[in-house]
Design a protein around this ligand. Structure first.
Ligand code: AHM
Ligand code: MG
Length: 333
């Protein structure tokens, strides 16, 4: 008899995380729970992002949402959702968010992990229906369990991240992460309310034909960056720049390319934040076979952090393109 069922459903994020946990006999399940908390908040933010154009209608009438809260701007709403999910999950003792200057303590000093995150990145794209994303970076705390977490827990350096990832709210919503064993991607199936494994082992092409940067700052760019860009143009590579870091990064990860945010006169240290924008993407790109550098001589993950919200230049993508850029600017980059 003909099988009238639709396609078999695949592996959900939940199941995948459980299976992975079982592969590590000493794993306590805490990191697994933390990843699930992030995915849960991601689903809620997905919902809010998808009805963003409508929320002004209710917001404009001064109404409240179902929880009786006043309507928030979407980036603040995302911040509240992620903080709440991480607090409820009880694995996290402290959170650093782009939306708040100080560390947020979760009132659970027995949590083993801290999370640095940008709850909703791509502020210029939020109100105009263009792809935006969430970025996160996870560390095991270095301060004793049971005490208050401190800056030291967040300033461990990118190589100490135990997991990192992002959620892309694009034409579909995706959850992409690494725990240091390759990069996996899950796509959200809205009608089932689940993320399904769609990209089991993501590798970036060694060479690409896309350059992504804000060319409006051309006259500010270091000579090396301009030389590199001119060479890209001579070869008629494609310029692609959404202005949402997660979306630009995600496209280049799959198609091959380089994303650049060099120092400019407005932002002499670059614009992007080290702890919750550059570190997580740098960990992901290295796991995917790519490279992320801040200068000709320094990998992003090797920067020693000094401040919670510090900025850094970023050059990230296909290894051959990053190496060509580095070669064009040994002296000046
Ligand atoms: P945000 O944290 O205020 O959203 O800024 C970060 C964003 C990135 O997503 C994007 O790549 C970059 O800023 C774009 O900056 P610019 O408009 O200067 O090109
Ligand atoms: Mg941001």
């Amino acid at each position: 008899q003909e099988n009238t069922l639709a396609q078999p459903v695949g592996i959900t994020l939940e199941r995948y995380i459980m299976r992975k946990q079982a592969e590590f006999p000493y794993a306590t399940g805490e990191l697994s729970q933390l990843l699930r908390d992030l995915a849960l908040a991601g689903k809620i933010v997905h919902r809010e992002v998808n009805r963003a154009g409508l929320s002004d209608i209710t917001g404009g009438m001064g109404t409240q949402n179902v929880q009786g809260e006043n309507q928030q701007k979407l980036d603040m709403e995302a911040h509240i959702r992620f903080v709440r999910a991480l607090k409820n999950g009880r694995e996290t003792c402290a959170i650093l968010s782009e939306e708040e200057a100080e560390i947020i303590h979760t009132d659970n000093d027995s949590g083993n992990y801290v999370v640095a995150m940008d709850p909703l990145d791509g502020s210029s794209n939020i109100d105009v229906n263009v792809s935006i994303g969430t970025l996160f970076s996870i560390y095991r705390r270095v301060t004793p369990v049971g005490t208050k977490a401190s800056e030291a827990d967040f300033l461990q350096g990118g190589r100490q991240q135990v997991a990192a990832g992002y959620i892309l709210y694009g034409s579909s919503t995706m959850f992409v992460y690494t725990t240091g064993h390759g990069v996996v991607g899950f796509t959200y199936e809205q009608s089932l309310g689940e993320f399904f494994l769609s990209h089991p082992n993501i590798q970036i092409p060694k060479q690409g034909k896309i350059f992504s940067c804000n060319e409006g700052y051309w006259f500010d760019y270091p000579e090396s960056v301009r030389t590199f860009l001119m060479n890209c143009k001579r070869r008629e590579y494609s310029g692609r720049y959404i202005g949402s870091l997660v979306a630009d990064y995600h496209r280049n990860l799959f198609n091959g390319g380089i994303y650049m945010y060099p120092p400019t006169s407005k932002n002499p240290n670059g614009k992007l934040r080290l702890l919750y924008e550059c570190y997580p993407l740098a960990m992901l790109i290295e796991q995917a076979g790519g490279q992320a550098v801040v200068s000709a001589t320094e990998a992003v993950l090797d920067i020693v952090p000094t401040e919670l919200h510090q900025r850094t230049p970023l050059f990230i993508g296909s290894p051959d393109m990053v190496q060509e850029l580095v070669a064009s600017g040994q002296a000046v980059l």
